[in-house]
Design a protein around this ligand. Structure first.
Ligand code: ZN
Length: 205
């Protein structure tokens, strides 16, 4: 039998919010103390300064933990792909699939797959769309840049997309860019999908 977490145990996000609130209070107390010129540094003030540092460490630890939890959830929820810009007749616009969300767009030779690439292949040829190849036998290069001599490449973030594995979530969210882009005007579709998820009571990841 697996041990269930008690319902009242706070989540990392809740703990983090609490620690941040305490931190804000401490910072405020510090500012107030600094504004009064002739307040002697008593034991309580020293203790507060010490507590503030502890809180800062705790907050950094929880932030990292929260980030790791989100990354893990995303990895389970989504399939990432490089989108093909051509129209396909039967197949979805999934040029090639990525095994995980790439850091800064970098994809190692083992971290992607396509119909034409065998597992473990170090692919040195152009990275082409698997759908265009299957449908029309056409080699359509995807928007990626080669990096180094070991088959790695960098994806243009405009063409890095994701689709939920769970059909229900997929139906609500659709296929969207994996990351928000710099100009907020480029993020209209992602924002709209996030809104639909919230309305359906689903978590935005
Ligand atoms: Zn294509």
């Amino acid at each position: 039998m697996s041990k269930q977490k008690p319902d009242n145990e706070p989540t990392v996000a809740q703990q983090l919010a609490e620690v941040r609130a305490m931190q804000a209070k401490r910072e405020e107390a510090k500012r107030t103390a600094a504004a009064l010129p002739f307040v002697p540094v008593d034991e309580e003030t020293q203790q507060q300064a010490f507590d503030a540092e502890k809180l800062f460490e705790e907050s950094a630890r929880l932030t990292a933990q929260e980030q790791a939890e989100i990354e893990e959830k995303r990895a389970k929820t989504y399939r990432y792909f490089v989108r093909c810009r051509r129209n396909h007749t039967r197949m979805p616009p999934h040029g090639v699939y990525l095994k995980k969300m790439p850091q800064a767009g970098m994809v190692a030779s083992n971290d992607w797959y396509a119909r034409y690439k065998k597992e473990g292949d170090q692919w040195m040829q152009p990275v082409v769309c698997q759908a265009c190849l299957a449908e029309r036998g056409e080699h359509v290069e995807l928007n990626v840049t080669r990096e180094g001599n070991y088959g790695a490449f960098r994806v243009n973030m405009r063409d890095l997309w994701k689709v939920a594995v769970d059909p229900k979530r997929r139906a609500i969210e659709g296929e969207i860019r994996a990351e928000l882009l710099g100009p907020e005007s480029s993020n209209f579709e992602v924002r709209a999908a996030q809104e639909r998820l919230r309305e359906a009571g689903m978590e935005v990841l």
